[in-house]
Design a protein around this ligand. Structure first.
Ligand SMILES: Cc1ncc(COP(=O)(O)O)c(C=O)c1O
Length: 468
């Protein structure tokens, strides 16, 4: 008899946080509990999730951008079911899977840029690892360059391209890399001019902080790379598949010429891990250079027909529902409505967006009373002001959001591309209320924040010291 998974979930409802704390990651379980994010979500559809008590939430996080088509999209699910019911073959390994070729063909058409071949793997980090190997092989150079605040994944190679010290430190020696300020072509040229750099890795819009580069930066970076024999790798893991209103974010700018493009997250509509690394033949032919090197790089689940079926289904939904246009329209509506709040609230510094990738940045207020509040929370923890926004958004308005990165005063919004005007209303009215409450100092919003801060700041090692 097959396992009754629904029954298992029902029977354990409410035990999720304790189970996770006992067996997976007690620190993360505790952190979620402290900020009241230890919910028990049981169902989801589109941009919404419901907890075990039946409360409906607006998901402005979309699984870190894995659900551009919305959660549990019925058309993608139908394809998955049909695929399973057909007892289709997958992972034969000694074969050339049909769906793999079809997805690659379609990706090349959608991306353009003369990208000739597609390597498939499973995650964004694995895509970056692949690119690291390939650019080194293709150029015969070792050094890699990345931008400040970059995020390309957390495996060892990708970690060497990470702009955040908090991720890099204490994991030993990493690959040899150079960091340049994001958006600064002069600094990039200075590093590339040594002609020892295999590749420059960049996100067209950085996920950490939602940093949008100046116009012409991406085309200029590509030009510099070509000038100095460096390959230009564009990581579209988060920005791709319609997120910014076009299939790729680099398609917003003329004259960009990538040598490799990495896609993942929403490529399968969030159903199956999948990553595609598109590259020029000049790169491919150096890596897979002969018959005996035909599988010199591969991974077991990379070409799974299950993932490929999901990818075909997800891209079909992207077209049928015209989600790129919706991302542009809803992104502009949300961005403009949030921008209109900036003059009203001293804590709001900037709202920036492209399609449905948005940031709300906070900063030091003008009035003395609020400056005291700002200095107090920032003195305790640099992320704390953002938590003062994300916590009531979830608790009082049932909206899931995230801080845009460690030690940042920015929150990030990356909802499914299916959101509508009512969802924009839901978000803006909730956010407006949260801002209004935070502009009353002293007041209840600040008291609960201080309580949370005190709890969170008692670190386990400090506790251990105190009890030793
Ligand atoms: C731009 C970018 N690259 C790479 C990654 C890593 O992807 P994964 O978590 O699937 O390894 C992420 C994840 O957020 C990302 O945003």
């Amino acid at each position: 008899m097959p396992l009754d998974i629904k029954k298992i979930v029902e029977e354990n409802t409410g035990a999720n946080n304790a189970l996770y704390a006992d067996h997976v990651n007690p620190r993360f379980a505790k952190a979620l509990k402290i900020i009241g994010f230890d919910k028990n979500y049981v169902t989801a559809s589109g941009a919404y999730m419901w907890d075990s008590k039946g409360r409906k939430y607006l998901d402005m996080l979309a699984g870190y951008g894995a659900f551009n088509m919305g959660r549990n999209h019925p058309d993608i699910r139908q394809v998955m079911k049909d695929f399973m019911d057909a007892d289709f073959c997958s992972l034969v390994q000694m074969e050339t899977p049909i769906l793999c070729g079809l997805v690659a063909q379609q990706l090349k058409q959608r991306c353009g840029y003369g990208l000739d071949k597609v390597y498939f793997c499973s995650t964004g980090a694995e895509g970056n690892e692949t690119a690291i190997k390939f650019v080194r092989r293709a150029t015969g150079r070792d050094k890699l360059v990345f931008a400040s605040s970059a995020f390309h994944g957390l495996t060892s190679g990708a970690l060497a391209l990470n702009g955040g010290e908090v991720f890099r430190e204490k994991f030993g020696e990493l690959l040899g890399t150079d960091k340049v300020p994001f958006g600064d072509l002069d600094a990039l040229e200075e590093v590339l001019a040594k002609r020892d750099v295999a590749a420059f890795f960049v996100e067209p819009i950085q996920g950490k902080g939602v940093n949008i580069p100046p116009d012409g930066y991406l085309a200029g970076a590509g030009r510099l790379c070509r000038k100095y024999g460096t390959l230009f790798v564009v990581d579209e893991v988060q920005t791709g598949i319609g997120r910014t209103g076009k299939f790729l974010a680099i398609q917003h700018e003329d004259g960009v010429e990538p040598d490799l493009v990495i896609l993942s997250k929403s490529l399968s509509g969030g159903y199956v891990p999948v990553c595609a690394v598109l590259m020029k033949d000049s790169v491919f032919n150096k890596v897979f250079s002969s018959l005996d090197r035909a599988v010199v790089h591969s991974s077991t689940f990379g070409k799974s027909n299950f993932a490929m079926a999901a990818a075909l289904a997800a891209m079909n939904v992207l077209d049928e529902e015209d989600l790129c246009s919706n991302a542009t329209a809803m992104g502009d509506l949300l961005g403009e409505r949030l921008s209109a709040l900036v003059p009203k609230y001293e804590f709001m510094k900037d709202v920036r967006w492209r399609g449905l990738m948005l940031a709300v940045e906070f900063g030091k207020p003008k009035s003395l009373k609020l400056r005291t509040a700002w200095a107090t929370v920032n003195g305790l923890n640099e992320d704390l002001f953002c938590q003062a926004v994300t916590i009531p958004l979830l608790q009082d308005h049932a909206i899931l959001t995230q801080v845009a990165g460690n030690r940042m005063t920015t929150i990030k919004l990356i909802p499914p591309l299916t959101i509508n005007e009512a969802d924009v209303d839901w978000f803006v009215s909730g956010f407006d209320q949260v801002m209004a409450d935070l502009h009353k100092f002293p007041g209840p919003a600040w008291e609960s924040l201080t309580r949370i801060a005190k709890n969170a700041l008692t670190r386990p090692d400090e506790k251990a010291k105190a009890t030793a």
